[in-house]
Ligand binder design. Structure first.
Ligand SMILES: *Cc1c(COP(=O)(O)O)cnc(C)c1O
Length: 361
């Protein structure tokens, strides 16, 4: 028998969350962002839930190929554009739209041999300082692109650094608007936080994390607040029970010490499954759908949970590390991420290869 650990991808929840994003930007077309293997969900596993999107946005040409292999004929956008000249051939072959964020990419287009002009998304750096042309150089980049026979429609794109926080999007939006106002073409600006928090629309919006059921602005707001449902559940079983007396300790480093007698469950999930080792004692879990907490250090293959208040629980009980329990109770992944000092993005992406995954219709 395989280890009793399993991840579940919730197809309905993906579709629901995609609709929530649509609801906040009703006039926009929606890219479902499926980079990083659909935020760790698996592109093939997430596809059924996301096929209602207007397009798929990602970074990796191999992932674009996988989306085409699933039969998707609609738009696919490469969010970082091409990395080398021959990628443009694949763009032609797979009919990919691609971001142009630097002069080198324009150079590559200029020498690309094709009869079919490509649709590009010209990216402006409005303050994130990651990718994109400086506002002052944007127009000349556009003019250069616009003169190329290899280029079809040119759309405009930027990415926000603070859509999830107090600084917001106004400053970057003003820069973007000022430098694109009189240029023709569609626009795409919003990630999940900009869609949900700022109801900021454009021709295309680009929600990622919200589609996967995590609040982009946790802890200011929760996934439940935004009406988002978990799309990934990580569950494992209790494989041993220990009874402790006052002074007994749990796990490596004896970091947890019992105050009095208590029962603990040892769960078949550890950091080698993608559960963060840094999660301290007290990180929330559900045991058979009831609230509990972790105790002591997370080890490679196991972690311990408190069963003291759960007399019915024991060997064979199902522990929900994040996601939805059988009784419908939810352990928000955002709460686990917060305990680990990180974001749900990282936890989802770090789900380990060795965890078996099932797709729930
Ligand atoms: C990842 C990414 C997104 C999606 O961001 P979320 O915060 O997950 O919604 C949108 N646009 C670009 C350019 C990205 O790289």
């Amino acid at each position: 028998m395989p280890r009793p650990i399993q991840a579940t991808i919730h197809t309905q929840a993906l579709a629901h969350n995609l609709n929530q994003a649509r609801h906040h930007a009703p006039d926009a077309r929606v890219w479902a962002v499926v980079k990083a293997n659909a935020y760790g969900h698996g592109i093939e596993r997430a596809f059924a839930g996301l096929r209602g999107a207007d397009g798929f946005a990602l970074l990796d040409l191999a992932e674009a190929q996988r989306v085409r292999d699933l039969g998707w004929r609609g738009p696919i956008l490469l969010l970082e554009g091409v990395f080398e000249q021959r990628d443009l051939e694949l763009c032609s072959r797979l009919d990919l739209w691609h971001t142009v964020h630097c002069d080198q990419q324009i150079d590559m287009l200029a020498t690309h041999k094709t009869n079919v002009p490509q649709r590009v998304f010209l990216k402006m750096n409005t303050g994130m300082n990651r990718l994109g042309f400086a506002p002052g150089q944007y127009r000349s980049a556009w003019t250069r692109l616009n003169a190329l026979p290899q280029v079809d429609e040119i759309s405009h794109m930027t990415h926000f650094s603070d859509a999830d926080g107090p600084a917001g999007v106004a400053r970057q939006m003003a820069v973007f608007d000022a430098h694109t106002a009189d240029l023709p073409g569609e626009r795409t600006v919003s990630n999940s936080a900009a869609v949900l928090r700022h109801s900021l629309s454009s021709d295309w919006v680009r929600p990622g994390i919200a589609v996967y059921g995590s609040a982009p602005d946790h802890p200011a707001n929760t996934a439940a607040h935004w009406g988002l449902q978990p799309t990934m559940t990580l569950q494992a079983k209790v494989i041993a029970v220990q009874t402790l007396q006052a002074g007994d300790t749990v796990g490596y480093g004896s970091s947890y010490r019992a105050d009095g007698s208590m029962r603990i469950g040892v769960v078949a999930c550890g950091y080698a499954d993608g559960y963060p080792r840094i999660c301290p004692t007290g990180t929330p879990v559900l045991v058979d759908g009831a609230k509990s907490r972790t105790l002591g250090r997370v080890s490679m293959d196991m972690l311990s949970v408190d069963l003291s208040a759960l007399p019915e629980a024991g060997q064979g009980s199902t522990v929900t590390l994040w996601g939805r329990a059988a009784n419908g109770a939810v352990q928000p992944i955002d709460e686990v991420a917060a305990q680990a000092g990180t974001l749900a993005y990282e936890l989802m992406c770090a789900l380990a290869q060795r965890v078996p995954v099932v797709v729930e219709p």
